[in-house]
Structures are given as C-alpha cells and as structure tokens.
Design a protein around this ligand. Sequence first.
Ligand code: SF4
Length: 579
Amino acid sequence: MAESKTEQIKELSRYLRGTIAETLHSDASHFGEEEIQLLKFHGTYQQDDRDTRGELRKAGLDKAWSFMVRTKIPGGHLAAADYLKLDQIATDLSNQTIRITTRQNFQYHLVLKGGLRECIARITQSGITTVGACGDIVRNVMASPSPLHTPAHGDAQKLADELTQALFPQTRAYAEIWLNGGKLYPPPAAENEPLYGQHYLPRKFKIGVIVPPRNDVDIYTHDIGYVAHAPNGQVEGYTILVGGGFGMTHGKLKTYPVLAKPLFYVAREHAVAAGVAIVTVQRDYGNREDRSRARMKYLIEERGLAWFRQEVEARLPAPTEPPKPLQLTTVADMLGWHEQGDGKLFCGVFVPQGRIQDTGAGRYRSAFREIARQLGCPIRLTPNCNILFCNFRPDQRQTMDQMLKQYGVPSDEGMTEARKTSHACVALPTCGLALAESERVFGPVMDEIDQILRALQLEKEPILIRMAGCPNGCSRPYNADISFVGRAPGKYALFVGGSMTGDRLVGLEKKVVELKDIPAVVKTYLEEFVARREDGEIFSAYWGRTHQPGLRPEPEQFHFELAERSARLAATSQDGPLE
Ligand code: SF4
C-alpha cells in the first residue's frame, strides 16, 4: 500500500512551507486542500460557516470562509498580562469569543483570511505559540491544572514544559510565514527536523501529566500519559501509560476509542527521554498508509504491548520498572475557592462549554478581563474547559466574588455536580465534521437534566455527562458516565458506562435518541440509579456493579449505518477532529 496523500504533502512541503505564504498574500478567498493540511501544523484550520452554506450555494456564491486559530499553552498556564493580550485579539480579529479547549488551549473562531497573519503574529508576540497546536505532531502537553503548591504539582508543570521543548519542531517556516511578512527563504542545508524528519508523525500525538489521586487531565485518553509517583511528596518518577485515543473515522469499524495502558515506570531524570523514545517508535512504525489507523493506539494493538515496550526500551538508555499501581479519584476540576498550600487561594470558575463570551447568562469575557486587569492573577485552563484564577491573597477573595457577581457569572455553589463536570464539543456551525449540534444545544439540555437531578435529589451526585457533534469524540464522550454522540441532525447515539475516574469505556445503549428526548431518556437511567444504588454508591460504581461493563466494547458499538444526510455531510467535511 502506498503512503497516504497527506504523507506526500508533508514530504513535498519543504518543512511545512508549501504555498501557504503565496496564498496568504494573494486575493484568493481560501486555501487549497494541500495547504489546509500544512496550515494545521501552524495552528489553524480553514473552516466555513455551515449555517450559511445552503443559502450561499443557492445564490451561486462562495462559502463564508474563516479560520479557527488555536494556541499551544503547556499545562494551560499563563500570566494575566498574556490573557489580556489574547483577549484583545478576540476583540480585534475573531467573533468576540474565546473557546477554552479540552487540551488547555484557547481557540479563536471566525478569524478572516485578511486577519489570519496578524492573529497568529500577535499570539506569538504575546509569548504564546500556535506551532503544533494541530497537525501530525506532538500537540499541547497537558498537566494537572490545580495550582497546588506541592513539589509534585510543580514538577508536573515542569515536565510538561520540558516535554514541549524536547518535542518542538525546528522548521523556520512558521517564523517566515507569520512573523517575517511572508518572506520565504529556501530551507538552508542546516535546516532539518532531527526528531520529526520531513514526514513529521503519522497522526496527531497527545501527552498529559497528572499528580494522583486526581485524574484531571483524563490520562487514559492520551498517546502518552505520565502519572507522578511521589511517595514522600517529591516526585521520584513517573508511571507511563501509552496508546489512548478517542478519535474514530465515521463508518470504519477498524477505528474505535481506546484507553491507554500502563507501559512502565521510569525515574524522574529519564521521564523526558522516555517520552522522546516513545514518540520515535510511533514515528518509525506508525501507519503512514491509512490515516484512519495511524494513531499510536493501533500500532500498539497490532504489534502488542510487549513488542512496543521492547522497542521503546531499546531506544532508552535508562532502566525501567513495572508500572506502579494507580489509584485515581476523579476527572473533575477544583471549582470554587481552595487553598493553594502557600497561604494563597485559587478560584475555579465553571465556563459553559468553555466559551468565554458575554451573554445574558453571564458576561464571562468582561468579568475575566477585569479580573486579569485589576487583580493580575495568573490563570490555569483546565481540560474540562474551565478556568482557575490563582495566587489570591485571602483579603482579595471578597473583591473577586464581587466581580464575578457584578458580571453575572454564576457561582458553582448552586450548580449540580453533574453540571460542573459536563462538557460539549464545538460542532456546528464551524466544525467541518459535525453531524449534529453540540455546544449550541448542550446548555438547554443540561438545564432540563438539572431539573430532573434536583427532583430526584441527585444534585450532589457526581455524574459525568458529555456531548459530541460527531464520533470523533473531541469532548471525550467515550469514558463518561452518560454521553451523546451526534450521528445526524437532531439525532444522537446514547452511550452509558464510563466512569468519573476516566478508566472505563462506555457501551452503546441506544443507537438513536432525538435531541428533544434526551432529558427524558436520561431520566430513566437516573430513576433506575435511585432505585438500585447501594448506600453511598455513585453512578459510576452502580453501573459497574450492575452492568459489568467490559474494558473493550466491540467496535460495532461505536459505529452504525449513517443516515443519508449524515453520510453526505461526512463526505464533504474536512479531515481530522478539531480537539
Ligand atoms: Fe465535535 Fe470534534 Fe466532531 Fe467537530 S470533530 S463535531 S468538534 S467531536
């Protein structure tokens, strides 16, 4: 089998240059297919407004093209001053909103081609990059967001920074295109990618770091997951998990979600080298012919974990040990007020679907801007798309509370536990792969589910509810307690049986649920939970006891025959999930 077209595009791109600069500075309304593939490495996806597609087509007009631009922020950690610069970019160049992603990044939507270069340049000037936020490369390295002042939490962020440095691409194409006014230089003889080579990786590659017991980066969903081992407070080493990933290709039974498995334990001083060794095994052996099977999870499944471990150890000049036992508690964020451990406080704020915007339900953008401006507190973005404001003196707490109230940002105190951990992907109108709504409908759906939870006195129960607009699973629906995955407009598959600890895959419960019926369907599961739960049992434990979900549902569970319309939508959409 020949290498995929994307592999050829990368090879001929002169280290990701292609013809991006020429088209960027031309009158063309949009980029061509080959350029789109390369643009991803630079941190942007070309999209079009799907709400207006039909109307424009009927009128014989071009699509309403725009760009999603994604930052890369290791551990989701940034200063207040950086936040203010990024906020101003949203005002000047995007749709007045900032979306927190599930990888602790920011995304801008509806950036026009004429403002694309300025957008990326200004992000870079603010000290943050977009390089490798998308594309076949190591994406943003995530780390436990809780700003607890323990040596282990400090080390998790440090490791995320070290891995980012070690796995950063070396091409000068980014600087030439976005920062030097598009003045392209031929790649000098010295330019190469010592780690990635001309072909970069076969597919996207995700890394996360956690400090137990919290699993607050959903560690089982990553290509590489680092779990800190700090028996006496200081990190001695990391247990490394490999081969997780939720992305799938619609209708292809050979693609399915997989949870990461423990590989080995390494001492702290070898943690970065172990990550590099794993990346190079995927680089050298990953599938470059069939992109739908190119993630590292399939390589490990095909060759076996023992083979994979042997291959990694052969490239790692350091001893490894068997993985340490893992005991994780929750994937949830620490919302509300908490002590950091250094005399200061942090405040976690729930952001509906991660969208920082001003609406009648809360002026989140105005509030966060003023908090950053007046209180100057550093920020952590969470993998559940929420935001933590850090380093408050105790006497600043009242001011912070007043500011949130002033701008109508709801306190987490009145929220159901399910709402606090709920999340939905972007989907329509910007995601080219969406088969159904997600972000735009999830709030009202959760409002109804909240009422049911309160009526059943389950408002304090941790129940993980997620929604995705297509099977790619950007919102990580396949390890939630209850999830809805779009399969056609207004229609969702219902999955149940993941867990609050993130270590169990769901099973398919219903192939099709109409959007309007979701709350009623959820109610039946919640009523059954109330009737059958044992004392103190949370939903995840109850489901595990009563349904004995397997570790690996059959691939058929994640695929169904597509409705005609969704097949057409899928055929016209772009390659690759968005988060
Ligand atoms: Fe949602 Fe991701 Fe699918 Fe787009 S690709 S609809 S963001 S799950």
